[in-house]
Ligand binder design. Structure first.
Ligand code: FAD
Length: 474
């Protein structure tokens, strides 16, 4: 057994852990990061990056096919082998050496192995060869261990050895028939990707698709999946699973069955906290970490929970945002500097509550930030809903001969502020950040009249929203 001491220990070298460590090092604190698998975590190897690589080529083809003059040049079909090759390049063939190099350049010390809390500010790391290192932190321990796919308790399902998001994003063969259980973002994106590859895809969702987003966006995505040839069954319950020869069979509550060559389970996430020694510090193993706005675990003043593991917003960019706040506040507290923890201060992740941007890379793409109509009404705001068909914007007609899109802006009339935006259409993810800035900056609607969107771009929807809302009079 080896022992060592450092200022800060970060458990988990996913995107979030890397960013916390970067900030604590920049804040002058010696930092050790512990990683059990690949430096870079889920996002780089089994989530954001490979999933977007699997989706992009078919989206480009669809866009080209929607523009006269370009569509004539598209004479072939999607080259699935090429898509998988591009995905492999994007994941560096699941080799993390470039990220390890980045850690070294940033002055972050990497220890490989499985970390468990073993005492106050103490972490024991077990390496693959069984050797252990006990590390003590002078200031803080940060848990950035992320989340894993949830496998629901359905009789027979585990025996099918179904895919989770990991297998779906790293597959080297495309199943002829694929069942996707779950209608959330992961289920929808992977159904879109595999339908694009030519798989016969059946989506089975207990509720509707994309719960939490505006219903019109979810409806557009459902119609898009059908257009790609997928079968979408909403309001169905998966009650059992079994094999029949080579077929994997899913039994539904209404007595019907669906057969496929592969089953993807995308029914949610569980925190990576079951085998972390949480019980040693009085916390419940397997639970999401409950943190305050400085990302400090409630009740343990030296422990922080950042990224997926705190369940505030399971998105890489939001976790990295939290990481910047957490890393900086750890350094401030260690050095006795003032903590800026008022809303929108340097040391808090205020945007988690009101301005989380998200893009669903489906067909069509959906981009949303802030409130939906429902959450705004539930929050008791004086809601004004402005709907505008994106296809009516001049810029849309230059983009595509058959532009299909939709948009909704939510205004809090009492404060004269934009509080939510949802966009549906090709590449709308690239339009979203303006809305995030307007919401976070609380830019008054009256001032937005002076933010002129260029003509002819799809951004002109901003002008249409303002016109619908009404121009201020003197
Ligand atoms: C299919 C899919 C697609 C997604 N697409 C997007 C997207 O397009 N955009 C987006 O913003 N988000 C996306 N997400 C969500 C995103 O992947 C997560 O929000 C993000 O990876 C969370 O980062 P993290 O650092 O908190 O956790 P992780 O990336 O999971 O990293 C945690 C790290 O901790 C390590 N670890 C765990 N326990 C221990 C331990 N005890 N000891 C040592 N190491 C440990 C793990 O090995 C891992 O490397 C997607 C998710 C999925 C599943």
């Amino acid at each position: 057994m080896q022992t060592r001491e450092t200022d800060v220990i970060v458990i988990g070298a996913g995107a979030v852990g890397e960013n916390v460590a970067d900030r604590t090092v920049q804040g002058g604190l010696e930092t050790v990061i512990v990683e059990a698998e690949l430096v870079g975590g889920e996002c780089s190897y089994w989530a954001c990056m490979p999933s977007k690589a699997l989706l992009r080529s078919a989206a480009v083809l669809r866009e080209a096919r929607a523009v006269d003059g370009a569509k004539q040049a598209v004479t072939g079909e999607l080259d699935v082998a090429g898509v998988l090759r591009r995905r492999d390049a994007m994941t560096h063939d699941w080799n993390d050496s470039s990220q390890v190099e980045w850690l070294q350049g940033a002055g972050i010390d990497l220890v490989r192995g499985h970390a468990r809390l073993s005492g106050e500010r103490e972490v024991t790391v077990t390496a693959e060869d069984g050797t252990t290192t006990v590390i003590t932190a002078r200031h803080a321990v940060v848990v950035a261990t992320g989340s894993a796919a949830l496998l629901p308790h359905v009789p027979g399902l585990a025996e099918l050895e179904p895919w989770t998001s990991r297998e779906a994003t790293s597959a080297h063969e495309v199943p002829r028939r694929l069942i996707v259980i779950g209608g959330g973002v992961v289920g929808v994106e992977m159904a879109t990707a595999y339908a694009g590859f030519g798989s016969e895809v059946t989506v089975l969702a207990r509720g509707g698709l994309l719960g939490g987003l505006e219903a019109f966006a979810a409806d557009a995505v459902e119609a898009g999946l059908r257009e790609l040839g997928a079968t979408v069954r909403t309001g169905v319950d998966v009650v059992a699973a079994r094999r029949d020869g080579a077929d994997k069979i899913i039994e539904l509550g209404d007595g019907s069955t669906v057969a496929a060559d592969e089953v993807l389970v995308a029914t949610g996430r569980v925190p990576h906290t079951a085998d972390l020694g949480l019980e040693r510090v009085g916390l419940e193993p397997g639970a999401w970490l409950d943190v305050d706005d400085t990302l400090r675990v409630r009740g343990v003043d030296w422990l922080y929970g950042v990224g997926d593991v705190n369940h505030r917003a399971l998105l890489t960019h939001q976790g990295k945002y939290q990481a910047r706040a957490a890393g900086d506040v750890i350094a401030a507290r260690a050095q006795g500097r003032p903590v800026d923890d008022a809303p929108w201060g340097v040391h808090v992740a205020t945007a988690d509550h009101s301005a989380v941007p998200q893009v669903v890379f489906a067909h069509p793409e959906v981009a949303a930030v802030g409130h939906t109509e429902k959450t705004a009404r539930d929050a008791g705001l004086a809601v004004r809903v402005i709907d505008y068909d994106l296809a009516w914007v001049a810029g849309a007609s230059t983009q595509s001969d058959d532009y299909q899109g939709a948009s909704r802006a939510i205004v809090d009339e009492d404060r004269g502020l934009l509080v939510g935006v949802t966009l549906v259409g090709p590449a709308v993810g690239e339009l979203l950040h303006a809305a995030t800035i307007a919401i976070v900056g609380e830019v008054p609607i009256d001032r937005l009249w002076h933010a002129v969107p260029p003509y002819p771009t799809v951004s002109e929807v901003w002008l249409r929203w303002l016109e619908s809302f009404g121009r201020p009079t003197t």
